[in-house]
Design a protein around this ligand. Structure first.
Ligand SMILES: Cc1ncc(COP(=O)(O)O)c(C=O)c1O
Length: 418
């Protein structure tokens, strides 16, 4: 009979069969050697959009002053008009920013808080944005209040009830995620914004993941402030995001970086746009390619964007079902509360979190041994993983992930709980 070390050695040599990729993956530069299940962190930009950006950059470098001074506003206005419909907003309420973190900084820095004022956030918010509240909000005298949202979660009422239970007469602003990062929950945003509004509280929506994952109608959502990234699910080049500010909140809103716009009004633009449109010398080509990315993606499926939203969601739901079934996992939230991502608890011994510092060893093993790029995270006292589903993903990739996790479980002699 084999002793234990022989068994472990044999398991180490076992490899699940490499997954069949999506035929659409060829449109991305994504490596064939990597099973890319983490679109959510930084997105991935298709070749054709990068090619459009390269052309723009060549144009910029062939006549830098024409591009960045004389033609800048014209191009930016066209880019803004080109994507306003996709977001369901009037272009007048829209500015480009580099990323959601910058937008959150701009909003929080622009508000005057009185000592004792409260900024409300949730326990599932994004660390960088939470830091803006504690640091910048804190310096202005505001106190941060955190509404605890359970995860696992049974229903959306738990989200709404916890947020509203933490509103007081001192609440000045609530920062609410549209899609949470590590837990990958889609919050019932319209309902939350409406209820906060009724209580006289403005909402800053951190919608970093929403554009391209969910159909957006920013006018209908009606939040005072909404920011989202284009470089995640809309597949624009890195450094493309937006801030939409409701008309009645634009007056005193300043960017995180003050530039010419402060004392240089332009005709045909609001003060809000004057402030944000020129952030100092920069490369605006990512912003100028957002519409290209929106149109390119739209043409990949016959049903356009509605079919893309449905495709991503269905693939994430099916992948989650498969992983739960194969690994004996209980799904931590109802299916209608996920979008194109799903977070699941790591099963068996893999649930035990590693030391809080450095690269997670389970993440490292999945990448080094199996070529899987997966978001592996620690929160609520255990280890979790988050899958993403985009057009470049195939159902077989999640089967491969289940095979790899099963092998890791067997190596330590514990299989699933089934
Ligand atoms: C919910 C959420 N907010 C904000 C961000 C920050 O995005 P960025 O780094 O592009 O500013 C992220 C990034 O993943 C996120 O998941």
């Amino acid at each position: 009979m084999d002793d234990e070390s022989d068994v472990i050695e044999r398991l180490k040599r076992m490899r699940p069969s490499w997954p069949k990729p999506s035929p659409l993956k060829q449109h991305w530069l994504l490596s064939k050697e990597i099973v890319f299940l983490n679109h959510g962190s930084f997105g991935a930009c298709p070749r054709e959009v990068l090619e459009a950006q390269r052309h723009l950059r060549e144009e910029m470098e062939s006549a830098p002053v024409q591009f960045l001074a004389r033609k800048h506003d014209e191009r930016l206005d066209a880019a803004r008009h080109g994507i306003a419909g996709f977001l369901g907003t009037d272009p007048a309420d829209l500015v480009f920013v580099t990323n959601a973190t910058t937008a959150v900084n701009s909003v929080v820095r622009s508000l005057d808080f009185n000592p004792g004022d409260e900024i409300l956030t949730t326990s599932l918010d994004y660390n960088a944005c939470r830091n803006v509240l504690t640091n910048t909000g804190g310096q202005r005298g505001a106190k941060m209040v955190v509404a605890d949202i359970p995860f696992p979660l049974e229903n959306e009422d738990q989200i709404v009830e916890s947020i509203l239970a933490h509103v007081t007469c001192r609440t000045r602003l609530a920062m609410i995620d549209h899609v949470t990062s590590n837990s990958a929950l889609v919050f019932p945003l319209e309902r939350i914004v409406r209820e906060l509004d009724r209580r006289g509280v403005d909402t800053l929506v951190d919608g970093a993941h929403a554009p391209g994952m969910l159909p957006l109608d920013l006018r209908k959502i009606g939040a005072a402030y909404y920011t989202g990234n284009f470089h995640k699910w809309t597949c624009a080049p890195k450094g493309a995001a937006f801030l939409r500010v409701r008309a009645d909140r634009q007056e005193n809103l300043l960017p995180a970086v003050i530039s010419h716009g402060l004392n240089t009004p332009r005709s045909g633009h609001s003060r809000f746009q004057d402030h944000f449109d020129w952030p100092g010398s920069h490369d605006p080509t990512a912003w100028l390619c957002v519409e290209k990315a929106v149109r390119w993606l739209e043409n990949q499926l016959p049903g356009g964007w509605p079919e893309i939203f449905a495709h991503h969601h269905t693939m994430a739901v099916n992948a989650r079902r498969l992983l739960c079934e194969r690994l004996g996992i209980t799904a931590p939230c109802p299916e209608h509360l996920i979008g194109s991502m799903a977070t699941l608890p790591m099963p068996g011994w893999l649930a035990i979190p590693a030391e809080a510092t450095g690269i997670d060893p389970v993440y490292q093993t999945l990448f080094d041994e199996f070529g899987i790029e997966l978001h592996v995270i620690r929160f609520n006292g255990r280890r979790w993983f988050r899958i993403s589903s985009h057009l470049h993903n195939s159902p077989d990739e999640y089967r491969y992930l289940a095979d790899a996790i099963e092998l890791l479980l067997m190596r330590h002699g514990t299989t699933t709980t089934r």
